[in-house]
Unconditional design. Structure first.
Length: 300
C-alpha cells in the first residue's frame, strides 16, 4: 500500500514540476516585465531620479509638490477628466447603436461589419495623420465643407475651445472594437425572450427597453470599465497631433507624465504621477463594480 502511494505522489510531483516548467516563461515575464517595474516605480516615486544620476530618497515630497505647487498637474488632470466625461458616453452610444444596426441577417452584412471595424485596427500614427489632413486650417476637408455652407471654421485643433472636442470626435471614429463586443452581446440574447414579448403585444421600443438593454448590460458594463481605463490613459493622439497645445488645452495626464519622464528627465516625479493615476483609475473601477449590482442583469 505504501509503495503505490509513494508512486502516486512521485507522479503528482513530476506533473507539477512539468507544469511549472511549461508556465515558467510566463512567470519570468510577469516578474521581469510587470511585477519588477511596478515595485521599482513605487520606490522611484519616493526619490529624485534623473536617469543620469543615482536616485535620491526624498520621501513624499514628489506627491506634495503634485498636489500643492504643480499648476500643470491640475490642468492635465482636468483635461483628462473632461475627455473621459464626454468620450466614454459617446463611445458607448455610438458603439451600441452601430451594433444594433449591424445585428441583422442580410446578405453582405459581414462586409459592413468589417468596414466599421477596420478603423479600430489602423495604426494610431496613420489615423492621426489622416485626421490632421481633414482638420487642417483653411485647406482641410472639414473647413472646405463648412465653407460651402458659409460657416466659419471653429479652428479645430488650433483652437483652445475646440481642441479637446475634436480629439474626442477622432477617438470615437475607432469605436469598432467595442461595437464588435456589443454585437456579440446582442447575438447572445435568447430569441425566446423576444417571442414572449411578441405574444404579450410588446412593440419594438418596449422590446428594446425591457429585453435588449437588460440582457446586454453585462456587455455595457465591460465596455464601460475598459473605456474609462483607456480614456484616462489617452496619450498617442495628443502627442502626435497637438503635443499638448494650444495653450495646454490638450495636455492630458499621460502626456504630462511622459514629458516629465523623458523630456525633463524627472523619473521619480513621473513615477509619482503614474501612481496617482493608478489610484484614480482604481477608485473609478471599484465604484463601477460596486454600482453594477443595481443595473447589470445576469440571466443566471
Amino acid at each position: 500500500m505504501v509503495a503505490p502511494r509513494r508512486k502516486r505522489l512521485s507522479l503528482q510531483t513530476q506533473e507539477a514540476l512539468w507544469g511549472f516548467a511549461f508556465i515558467s516563461p510566463w512567470i519570468i515575464g510577469l516578474v521581469v516585465f510587470t511585477a519588477g517595474p511596478i515595485i521599482a516605480s513605487i520606490y522611484l516615486s519616493l526619490t529624485r531620479y534623473s536617469i543620469l544620476k543615482p536616485p535620491v530618497f526624498v520621501g513624499v515630497s514628489n506627491f506634495t509638490k503634485l498636489f500643492t505647487r504643480d499648476r500643470l498637474f491640475a490642468k492635465s488632470l482636468g483635461n483628462t477628466a473632461y475627455y473621459t466625461l464626454l468620450a466614454v458616453p459617446l463611445r458607448i452610444i455610438v458603439g451600441f447603436t452601430l451594433a444594433l444596426f449591424l445585428n441583422v441577417k442580410l446578405k453582405g452584412i459581414t462586409v459592413f461589419r468589417s468596414i466599421y471595424y477596420i478603423p479600430s485596427i489602423v495604426p494610431i500614427v496613420a489615423t492621426s495623420m489622416l485626421w490632421l489632413f481633414i482638420f487642417a486650417p483653411q485647406t482641410g476637408l472639414a473647413d472646405y465643407i463648412l465653407n460651402i455652407f458659409g460657416i466659419k471654421s471653429p479652428g479645430w485643433l488650433q483652437s483652445e475651445a475646440w481642441s479637446k472636442p475634436t480629439l474626442i470626435l477622432i477617438g470615437t471614429w475607432g469605436v469598432g472594437r467595442s461595437m464588435v463586443v456589443y454585437l456579440a452581446g446582442l447575438q447572445d440574447v435568447p430569441v425566446s425572450l423576444y417571442e414572449a414579448a411578441d405574444i404579450d403585444g410588446a412593440g419594438i421600443w418596449r422590446k428594446f427597453v425591457n429585453v435588449t438593454v437588460p440582457m446586454v448590460t453585462p456587455t455595457i458594463f465591460f465596455n464601460l470599465v475598459m473605456d474609462i481605463i483607456q480614456t484616462f490613459q489617452v496619450f498617442s493622439m495628443a502627442y502626435i497631433m497637438t503635443d499638448g497645445g494650444p495653450l495646454n488645452s490638450t495636455l492630458f495626464y499621460n502626456l504630462y507624465t511622459y514629458q516629465n519622464a523623458f523630456v525633463y528627465l524627472k523619473m521619480g516625479y513621473a513615477s509619482a504621477m503614474s501612481w496617482v493615476l493608478f489610484m484614480i483609475i482604481l477608485c473609478f473601477t471599484l465604484l463601477i463594480f460596486k454600482s453594477s449590482t443595481s443595473w447589470v442583469y445576469y440571466e443566471t
